[in-house]
Design a protein around this ligand. Sequence first.
Ligand code: ARG
Length: 260
Amino acid sequence: MKQFRYGALIVLAMAVLLAACSRQDTTKYLVMGTNAEFPPFETRGGPGGAEVVGFDVDVAKAIAAKVGLPLKIEDMKFDSLLPALDAGQVDMVLAGMTITPDRAQNVDFSDPYYKATQVVLMRKGDPVPTSKEDLKGRTISVQFGTTGDGAAAEIAGSENVRQFTSMLDAVVALMNSQVDFAVLDEQPAINFQKKNPADLELVRLAFDDEYYGVAVKKGNTELLARINETLAEIAADGRYDRFVDYWMVQMIGSAELEAE
Ligand code: ARG
């Protein structure tokens, strides 16, 4: 009887130990999912040029500090991000991701942290469109699954939209005359244009305002609360403004992009 009790106790102790170990494993990092070709929000940079850096990374670091865990970044295709969140491969997505009703059905979004819009990139010297009408029936490159993808299809017809997995490839296709225009978010467009001023021109047409949010798995209210607290704190203590100044003012045009 006594022996049995000890046995049970040992089994119990091992179970507790195991649970503690596995819990520690899954909570060792706060994992951010992103698609690091969207300067200045996320791009490759740093001393060796291989690190994922950007505005979103700085915001994510602030969130990780709040949560009390080191940040780990998983770089993947843009359209893999929300499935990865759902599968528990990442804890949060920061990818200059626009809050849309469709996406909000599958994930929960934080408070908006950046106001954006779509713009048009074109080859320098081509006739400049003055309204969305001028894009009708013309070919447009986009990054697959982005709001720019949807906007371009609405304007030009989906048969005229060329979807690229990579946003850089979409811009390179424009520079190589494979399409007439590219539709993408304003800040990355500014970066690509400043990097290639002789080749690219940026055009603003009547696109809607968009708001970026941090996405978490549906129902992860605990993390979502920490994220919203962090967003409020960095806005109040000046960190947010410093991130904007560094990434949107000082670092403009630092994104790597070279046409093949
Ligand atoms: N804001 C756009 C969207 O939500 C584009 C985001 C692309 N982000 C990226 N990291 N490639 O669809």
